[in-house]
Design a protein around this ligand. Structure first.
Ligand SMILES: Cc1cc2nc3c(=O)[nH]c(=O)nc-3n(C[C@H](O)[C@H](O)[C@H](O)COP(=O)(O)O)c2cc1C
Length: 168
């Protein structure tokens, strides 16, 4: 049983309403769904991952399957790229964290990070996605130097940067 600790808490430079957050995923696809999660009690919300170019993702459905007692997903990082920013218009000042990704060179992280300056409270770098060739875990993987480069680029936006790693 999860016990929610009510009240504001600061995590990684972000003031959250409580410690229960929406992880990056389908409910972070629109401003309306992000707002709904906050209204429903989430202490903070993370957007679906946004990258340097619009991306359709894998052909589907299904993008989620139950397998051997576990739930697996593979969406292929579908996202509208920079167009997504307008979804945040109604969420100024809210505890929203933008999940971003890039490929190589790591400057792509800097480019996408800059779009979110002044629009969100922090960035989460998607260096974890295991199923999108050239992105996510393929960039972060087990290479600390690349992780450092991507983080450095994203930090130039002036926003706090969270790094979502993989277990590869
Ligand atoms: C349908 C679906 C879409 C997801 N999309 C993203 C994404 O865009 N970016 C990301 O960093 N993680 C994404 N995730 C991963 C989740 O944020 C989370 O890390 C993962 O589901 C593990 O947490 P869980 O064990 O509570 O499910 C997605 C997960 C699911 C199931």
């Amino acid at each position: 049983m999860v016990t929610l600790i009510p009240g504001d808490i600061t995590v990684g430079g972000v003031r959250l309403h409580n410690h229960c957050m929406l992880a990056a995923g389908v409910l972070g696809t629109t401003g309306a769904s992000l707002a709904r999660m906050l209204k429903s009690g989430a202490g903070g919300v993370v957007t679906k991952s946004i990258g340097p170019e619009p991306k359709e993702g894998h052909k589907g459905p299904p993008c989620v399957a139950v397998y051997d007692g576990a739930v697996m997903n593979a969406m292929g990082l579908p996202n509208p790229s920079r167009e997504f920013i307008r979804e945040l218009d109604g969420l100024v000042g809210a505890p929203v964290i933008a999940s971003i990704f890039g490929g190589t060179p790591p400057e792509e992280f800097g480019e996408v990070a800059d779009w979110f300056a002044g629009k969100v409270q922090a960035l989460e770098l998607n260096l974890s996605c295991p199923h999108a060739e050239g992105y996510g875990a393929a960039v972060g993987g087990a290479d600390p130097d690349r992780v450092e480069q991507c983080t450095r680029m994203a930090k130039e936006s002036g926003l706090p940067v969270w790094v979502k790693l993989t277990r590869m």
